[in-house]
Design a protein. Structure first.
Length: 165
């Protein structure tokens, strides 16, 4: 059974992946503010209107104890942020940065081999079939990278490369 909704995946599997994305859009996980975040970053996609703020609580050992996001966005952007929060909570900073690199490899570079072991995050791989939407899916991940590396600038999609440019 494929790990991502590719063109050759059975229709029922593609439907399942689509349902996961819409579930995370309709009922985003970890949506809201943290009481005392110590890492924060903002993301902006002016082409689609996606805007988000990501807050993390990282302990002294470099483990992400809690994560939340707020903002408004399209279904793909919101689902990606929701899936991201589930994936990185409890991970070390270096593990979360590795997930960022994997998502970048899959969505931007088209590396299907990077999908191995992603679990639920693999549903986002199908977005690469729609190059105009890759920036929507990657916005939360670039925002995460900025928060973890404590980069002060806002993650803006016009600064991100995609398969189309």
């Amino acid at each position: 059974m494929p790990d991502s909704p590719s063109d050759d995946a059975p229709p029922d599997l593609r439907d399942l992946y689509q349902e996961v994305i819409f579930d995370h859009y309709r009922r985003p996980r970890h949506f809201g503010h943290l009481p005392q975040p110590n890492r924060c970053a903002q993301g902006d996609n002016p082409l689609c209107g996606d805007r988000l703020e990501l807050e993390l609580q990282v302990d002294g050992a470099g483990c992400i104890q809690d994560v939340a996001f707020t903002g408004e966005g399209c279904a793909i952007s919101t689902a990606s942020a929701s899936l991201l929060t589930e994936a990185v909570k409890g991970k070390r900073v270096d593990e979360a940065l590795t997930l960022f690199a994997q998502m970048h490899d899959i969505l931007v570079d088209g590396d299907t081999g990077a999908e191995v072991g992603l679990g639920k995050l693999a549903v986002l791989a199908g977005v690469r079939q729609f190059p105009a939407r890759v920036k929507c899916a990657m916005l939360a991940w670039h925002t995460l990278r900025n928060a973890l590396t404590q980069t002060a600038q806002v993650a803006r999609t016009e600064d991100l490369s995609t398969p189309e440019g």
